[in-house]
Unconditional design. Structure first.
Length: 390
């Protein structure tokens, strides 16, 4: 591994004290480290303090991966350990990515992150997936990001934030308006993933309006949140209005979002079918109560108005397998190198194709290595033939 990358990834180490972690850091030059990966280990308070001192000495650190580093730790330990790490990273202007996913923070352990999120305005990528934040913890994080954007603006600077991943965190409606305000304040986002957060219609509406202030968005994932309630369509309307704000949009995941309450064609899909996002290549719409009318609409428009679409996922909707639109839509996508997913078998087929491609790549790699060995052997033989013994 490159000396610029320091990794203890997945080693299952239980690092309680400074003495536990120092042997791993002893022969590493922090001044040249660009990436650090510590996931799959568990770090205690004293070990985190030693790690913090190491991080303070870094000069070109770009990626700080601390996902899954507190397994088995007490709730009283996590804030102290996290403080040591975040304090050390706060002033790192080289830092691009911070990953703290898969750590059971809950709402009680988020405060140590606030100074970093507020004061470090160089980082571009924030990953907080599966942290159990809840509405309260989510609001703390969103407010810190909002303040960061406001400080950047007061300094006459543009925000650097590009990617926010915050899924499986029970953010719910309670934190959604603050997230929306933070997103709008930054205005620079290219990727936002917030799946499985229990956000309902009112929160979804707010997010649409906040995200609409980010014209460079390429990837949006709101899978498994709720867009409609008791027939009300205000969130659907808000998203339909916002689609035109994202001319660069490439991936839209709205699976499991209750887009259609009574089988009607959602307005946002009507707007998409009219070509609102010409760069869209992946559209995920699984399990949304969509019926034949929606399928017919997509089939009618996919050839011309959705010319960039390559991957369309429609599994677990109310669509008959013998619907002729399925064949027609699938043929159009296949002709341009794409694919339609309507059944579980479609996914299984893709997995099998991917497995075969991986095996072919491995075989090709082995062949190349054998060819290299053969060439080296031939070269050596030629060299020996040219040597004359005196």
């Amino acid at each position: 591994m490159s000396s610029k990358v320091f990794s203890l990834q997945g080693q299952g180490l239980k690092l309680d004290t400074a003495a536990d972690i120092e042997p791993h850091l002893a022969n590493v030059d922090p001044t040249i480290i660009e990436e650090i990966h510590m996931g799959g280990n568990t770090i205690g308070v004293e070990a985190a303090e030693a790690l913090g001192k190491f991080l303070e000495k870094t000069q070109v650190l770009r990626v700080a991966d601390f996902a899954d580093i507190f397994t088995g730790r007490l709730i009283s330990e996590i804030p102290q350990a996290l403080t040591s790490i975040c304090t050390a990273l706060k002033s790192k202007t080289s830092l691009i990515e911070l990953d703290l996913s898969d750590n059971a923070f809950g709402g009680r352990s988020v405060d140590p992150m606030v100074p970093f999120l507020t004061d470090n305005r160089s980082f571009q990528i924030l990953k907080l997936n599966n942290n159990g934040l809840g509405p309260a913890g989510g609001s703390v994080i969103a407010n810190a990001l909002l303040k960061s954007a406001q400080l950047s603006k007061s300094e006459g600077k543009k925000s650097n934030l590009r990617v926010v991943i915050c899924g499986r965190n029970r953010l719910e409606n309670g934190s959604a308006p603050v997230w929306a305000e933070a997103f709008a304040a930054h205005g620079t986002l290219e990727e936002v993933r917030m799946p499985q957060n229990g956000i309902r219609m009112e929160g979804i509406e707010a997010l649409a309006k906040g995200l609409a202030k980010n014209p460079s968005l390429k990837h949006i994932d709101l899978q498994d949140n709720t867009f409609t309630s008791d027939g009300a369509l205000v969130a659907i309307e808000a998203w339909a209005e916002s689609l035109g704000s994202w001319p660069e949009l490439e991936v839209l995941n709205l699976s499991d979002c209750v887009l259609s309450a009574e089988g009607e064609v959602p307005k946002l899909l009507k707007i998409l079918a009219e070509g609102s996002n010409p760069k869209l290549h992946t559209l995920q719409l699984q399990n949304n109560n969509l019926e034949t009318e929606t399928l017919a609409l997509l089939t009618e428009n996919v050839a011309e108005k959705m010319a960039g679409l390559l991957r369309l996922e429609l599994q677990w909707n109310d669509i008959e397998e013998e619907d002729e639109n399925i064949e027609n839509l699938g043929l159009v996508l296949k002709a341009r190198g794409g694919k339609l997913y309507v059944t579980d078998e479609d996914e299984e087929e893709e997995e099998e194709e991917t497995k075969e491609e991986d095996e072919e790549e491995k075989e090709e790699g082995v062949r190349e290595e054998l060819d290299a060995v053969d060439k080296a052997t031939d070269d050596l033989a030629d060299l020996l033939n040219k040597v004359s013994l005196s």
